[in-house]
Design a protein around this ligand. Sequence first.
Ligand code: RTP
Ligand code: MG
Length: 148
Amino acid sequence: MERTFLAIKPDGVQRKLIGEIIARFEKKGYKLVAMKYIVPTRDLAAKHYEEHKGKGFYEGLLDFITSGPIVAMVWQGKGVIATARKMIGQTKPLESECGSIRGDYGIEVGRNIIHGSDSLDSAEREIGIWFKEEEIFDYESSLDVWVY
Ligand code: RTP
Ligand code: MG
């Protein structure tokens, strides 16, 4: 089953949006299979955002993402990578559809609440950066028959 890496960024945590965000993915039908609450080290954040190294916003992005606790998660289910991106919205909250997380709760690109992997390759890479295999718990759910 497909998996993606999602992280509620420091602004999402500080603004008390953890429950709201997790509830959206649960209600959609996706399964939370790993989660940790951590302040990322700069090394970890740099590895995560290595594709942006050298860009103007890169150092500020690392400052921000290491500025407080985040909720790192792995979510599982059919089409979860693309669907989670749709549920998250565009990079810029003001360009995000209302109904998406960034469209409903954000204003600034540098405070856009949540991260989501953008492809199968990045999902696999990011899950490997943030979690060990033994920290991921898939389980049988009797509800699955009503989702699929
Ligand atoms: P993310 O990786 O955090 O899920 O966001 P994304 O795919 O929608 O956007 P991406 O292009 O990967 O950019 C990563 C994060 O960098 C910050 N950013 N700032 N000031 C700027 O122009 C700018 N552009 C990007 C955002 O916080 C973005 O989420
Ligand atoms: Mg990205």
